[in-house]
Design a binder for this molecule. Structure first.
Ligand SMILES: Cc1cc2nc3c(=O)[nH]c(=O)nc-3n(C[C@H](O)[C@H](O)[C@H](O)COP(=O)(O)OP(=O)(O)OC[C@H]3O[C@@H](n4cnc5c(N)ncnc54)[C@H](O)[C@@H]3O)c2cc1C
Length: 283
């Protein structure tokens, strides 16, 4: 296996377009473990560490652009992730433990597309878009179209995630990522991500995504629409939860059975909505 560290996007794309069997190395938290057990053995490992364009965060027209190589720790520490985007910060801070958060990157996390991971659901609820680069140039993918199946994204073979764009608005929204896991630092058995805003006692904005209950994050516009315009009473939360529950298709694995996950879905949604409602009523 060969290893390279391109320092420009042109150099990166030269490797990507000329080598058939390559893998991009971001934090390495997952990829190196997969290589260690022989699950993947690329001919060429392309480190993304020297590419400045993939680093850092900047705000442009009320959208925060998070470079693909930004670590979970940097996102947890970023106080410009406010309003709707606070959801992403909430999720980052709950990933694994500090050693993994210092290594793992947001680009690596979404490219791997593990439905139990925290960012897929959080970025879905935050209505993010993904900027990608491939041999035919750049394009932007809506988060709802990015995750297509278990460990599968809509990235074409030679495309690379450059950045994740997260709207800061609604600025008066708050975002929460609630995660139920067997032990602290584990992947989620079920997670619920919610961005919510209120005008007085009426919900003016809601976007919910449920993680770890299907091959891709589960989001239904119909469920959000039940909450928007309502007082967020128990009956409305229950109706929205019921819709999401019916569309879920959780697997049995070491983190919980399918039926246990179904048991958790309405409970976590209720907790996320009521907690957000309570916080907003004090602002
Ligand atoms: C012990 C442990 C516990 C964990 N717990 C959690 C958890 O609780 N919640 C959670 O969400 N995650 C968890 N993770 C996952 C972790 O946080 C990382 O997000 C994950 O390992 C991938 O990020 P990475 O930067 O390390 O990517 P890498 O391991 O370097 O890469 C992962 C995959 O993505 C590809 N890739 C990387 N960057 C790009 C890019 N820019 N464009 C295209 N493809 C790219 C790589 O080629 C590879 O196929 C855990 C990981 C470990 C090892």
């Amino acid at each position: 296996m060969n290893y390279v560290e391109p320092s420009s996007i042109t150099e990166l794309m030269n490797y990507v377009t000329t080598v058939e069997d390559y893998r991009c190395l971001a934090g390495g938290a997952t990829l190196v473990a997969m290589m260690n057990v022989g699950l993947v053995e690329p001919e060429l490992l392309i480190s993304l560490h020297k590419l400045d364009e993939l680093k850092g965060m900047r705000i442009d027209q009320n959208v925060i652009r998070i470079g693909a190589m930004t670590t979970h720790t940097a996102i947890t520490d970023e106080d410009r992730l406010t309003g709707n985007a606070s959801l992403v910060r909430s999720a980052a801070g709950q990933i694994a433990h500090s050693a993994v958060r210092n290594m793992g990157t947001i680009g690596g996390a979404i490219s791997h597309a593990d439905p139990s991971a925290d960012f897929p659901a959080a970025l879905t609820a935050a209505n993010a878009t993904i900027e990608v680069l491939g041999p035919s140039g750049r394009r932007v993918i809506q988060i709802d179209d990015f995750f297509v199946n278990y460990l599968e994204t809509s990235l074409t073979e030679k495309e690379i995630v450059m950045a994740i764009m997260v709207p800061l608005s609604p600025a008066d929204a708050i975002g929460h990522h609630l995660k139920f896991s067997r032990v602290d630092g584990d992947y989620a058995t079920v997670s619920v991500s919610l961005a919510l805003a209120m005008e007085g006692r009426i919900c003016s904005y809601a976007r919910i995504a449920v993680g770890s209950v299907a091959a891709v994050p589960l989001r239904l516009k119909e469920a959000d629409d039940i909450l928007i315009g309502s007082n967020l009473e128990e009956s409305e939360i229950a109706r929205a939860s019921e819709l999401l529950l019916k569309s879920s298709d959780p697997i049995d694995d070491v983190r919980g059975s399918s039926s246990y996950r179904k048991f958790l879905i309405p409970r976590l949604i209720r907790q996320a909505v009521l907690q957000s409602k309570k916080e907003l009523s004090y602002t």
